[in-house]
Design a protein around this ligand. Structure first.
Ligand code: GDP
Length: 455
């Protein structure tokens, strides 16, 4: 029933543009095309040809817009159904009118992500590929885009399929003996099963290890800039942004709220947060800024703790250091152009230190590189075969597969065959849920509802 009706939506973003596209998918797409679109040279719409003509109200004959139309007959279309696209002028009213004509001809308004959901339900793409379509649209950096393209092309799906294949082989051997329990599993078969399971565990482990990097590539990181007033936080922010976004003055306490900006560090999407300077103050507004800055520490993936290297280590520095306990941070020693006075107490140990001059820019590129190195460890991200999982959904499914497979492995040889088979079947289901072979409607609703309408 769900797939029987014909859906329609505006597929281009809201607002004015050069063109706007209305997309229709389903059995009635071709008939709707014939009703609302009049090609210049008459005749019907042949598949995969672009036609110039006009969109007209079938009841009154009134022209709604001059447009281009293309009909893509099933299965050679995005959804594997008949798909009609009308390329109109990109104005909100024009698109609304074209869409309402189509709805009057028997289509219904598509739900968010419904075109892609149909592509999935009709077997054109799997769930990982459907999610990758979203990631392509949302990519903020070249590296994120590359990963999304690889997932859409099926690189991750093929890795998942390989794991499923290994588990299926193991299951086939176990099940063969369920029917003949008196034979028992021989040593040779146990070894073969172990081999399949070990290889599956190692593949799952590799994919799980790739999650942190995959997530970071997809979503980027947040970096908090923190430090006493006047150490050069705003100057550093401006340097990192290459513009004068934050107000730089020599009067301590000028950045009183949090400033947030998005930048790209060598392919890593970074949200930079500049905070109010930390120090003891009677100024209420500034105090509020400071407490907001300290509150943000647990939310940031990384903190840049900025010092004025031309000044000595102070109580306020110690205050910040205490607040940073257990957090990932880089000690940034700014004003390296001035004679150095800063000496850290002996108990202060920093994993990463950067010496910079925010004013001249010296050391800033190296700092960016240090930020990247804190998160992206694979020097092989550019390699063609590099693939990562990038969603909590993938990770959770693989974690439960890993758990069940380990339990299976531990009880292999001394357990009831039926119970062993159950563990393998459950593992198979968990792995299959990544690509959508075994995914419930609730999960699908959840995934596709985050798509935009028209996608
Ligand atoms: P914030 O309060 O920590 O945000 O500090 P600002 O960025 O407003 O800078 C405070 C003062 O330090 C300004 O007068 C800056 O020009 C100066 N400053 C910032 N970075 C450097 C640097 O690398 N070298 C020198 N000599 N002065 C700097």
């Amino acid at each position: 029933m769900y797939l029987r009706d014909t859906i329609a939506a505006v597929s281009t973003p809201p607002g004015n543009g050069g063109i706007g596209i209305v997309r229709v998918s389903g059995d009635k797409a071709a008939a709707i095309g014939d009703s609302v679109f009049k090609p210049m040279n008459d005749g019907g719409l042949l598949s995969h040809r672009f036609y110039f003509g006009s969109i007209c109200d079938p009841k009154t004959g009134a022209t709604v817009d001059e447009a281009m139309a293309v009909l893509m007959r099933a299965p050679r279309s995005y959804t594997r159904e008949d798909v009609l696209e009308l390329h109109c002028h990109g104005g909100w009213l024009v698109l609304e009118k074209a869409l309402s004509l189509i709805l009057c001809c028997g289509a219904r308004l598509a739900d968010p992500g419904e075109f892609t959901r149909r592509a999935f339900l009709n077997g054109r793409i799997d769930l990982v590929q459907a999610e990758a379509v979203m990631d392509i649209i949302g990519s903020k950096t070249e590296a994120a885009l590359q990963l999304a393209h690889k997932q859409r092309e099926g690189l991750l799906s093929r890795r998942i399929e390989k794991v499923r294949g290994l588990i299926l082989h193991a299951l086939a051997l176990v099940e063969a003996y369920i029917d003949f329990p008196e034979d028992g599993l021989g040593e040779a078969d146990l070894d073969t099963i172990r081999k399949y399971v070990d290889e599956a565990l190692s593949d799952i482990g590799e994919l799980l290890d790739s999650y942190d990097e995959g997530l970071i590539l997809r979503e980027g990181i947040s970096v908090l800039i923190i430090g006493k007033p006047n150490v050069g936080k705003s100057s550093l922010l401006n340097r990192l942004l290459n513009e004068n976004r934050a107000i730089v003055t020599h009067i301590p306490g000028t950045t009183r709220d949090i400033i947030e900006e998005a930048v790209n560090f060598n392919g890593l999407a970074v949200r930079l947060l500049d905070t109010a300077g930390i120090r003891h103050t009677e100024d209420l507004v500034e105090q509020e800024g400071i407490s907001r800055a300290l509150e943000k520490i647990p939310l940031a993936d990384l903190v840049l703790f900025v010092f004025d290297a031309s000044k000595t280590f102070s109580q306020e520095d110690q205050l910040i250091l205490d607040a940073l306990s257990g957090r990932k941070f880089i000690a940034v020693l700014n004003k390296s152009d001035l004679p150095r006075e800063l000496l850290f107490p002996p108990e202060c140990r920093f994993d990463v230190q950067a010496h910079i001059s925010a004013n001249s820019g010296v050391g800033v590129d190296a700092l960016k590189q240090s930020v990247c190195s804190c998160f992206l460890h694979s020097s092989n991200i550019d390699r063609r075969e590099f693939i990562a999982i990038s969603r909590a959904r993938h990770r959770d499914a693989l974690l439960s597969a890993d758990r069940m497979l380990r339990r299976f492995s531990a009880s292999l040889g001394d357990c009831n065959l039926e119970l062993l088979a159950i563990d393998l079947r459950d593992t198979l289901e968990a792995v299959g849920s990544v690509t959508g072979q075994t995914t419930t409607d609730d999960v699908l609703d959840n995934i596709f509802s985050s798509f935009c309408i028209g996608k």
